[in-house]
Design a protein around this ligand. Structure first.
Ligand code: URA
Length: 190
């Protein structure tokens, strides 16, 4: 089976398993991910927002535009990487995902990463970052690669600030761009 088929089956599984019914009933659709099913780099954000919910694709709003700009600066395109979120339904009114929602989606996210088998996982924001790096201090740890073990799985994780948080904050924006270029160079070197 191809990785694309496995990802498609995983999406169907999330629906048949009835994950986060409450979120699902308020969302337009499940936003699984976008990009290359065998990408070397997987980006993991928090949860879909309004635009993502409507289009069925992650990071297509303002934060997505900024992400696309950083990809272009790193001479990459969305089609070269894979982009997803820890929580795959839009939380109502764009509230933060709840701990139980992240927990419910976590095994599916792990399976998704296992299927893609990337060299590097880049987390965007503390919601996904803290799931891979439980003692994450984003202000200290941003941009630094860490080997993380989860049961029998090992990941190379680089936690970054969330593009939406950095978008309108000049200092954080430049830090994210610098981290992003460093992370892309690192991913190319491993
Ligand atoms: N923010 C996220 O974390 N994910 C998206 O898909 C869009 C905005």
């Amino acid at each position: 089976m191809t990785q694309q088929t496995l990802l498609h089956d995983l999406k169907a599984q999330i629906i048949t398993d009835g994950i986060c019914q409450d979120l699902a009933s308020q969302a337009t659709q499940l936003v699984m991910g976008d990009g290359k099913p065998d990408a070397d780099i997987v980006f993991i954000g928090e949860a879909p927002g309004k635009n993502e919910d409507q289009q069925g694709l992650p990071f297509v709003g303002a934060a997505g535009k900024f992400l696309n700009e950083m990809l272009a600066a790193a001479e990459m395109e969305r089609a070269d990487v894979y982009i997803t979120n820890i929580v795959k339904y839009r939380p109502p009114n764009n509230r933060d995902p709840l701990p139980e929602e992240k927990k419910a989606f976590w095994p599916y996210l792990l399976r998704q990463i296992e299927i893609i088998n990337p060299k590097v996982v880049i987390t965007l924001g503390r919601h996904s970052g803290a799931y891979f790096i439980p003692d994450l201090q984003i202000s200290k740890d941003h941009g630094h690669a860490r080997k993380v073990k989860y049961h029998d799985k090992e990941f190379l994780v680089i936690p970054l600030y969330h593009p939406a948080a950095a978008l309108y904050n000049g200092g954080m924006r430049q830090t994210l761009i610098d981290d992003f270029l460093k992370a892309a160079a690192y991913a190319r070197s491993v």
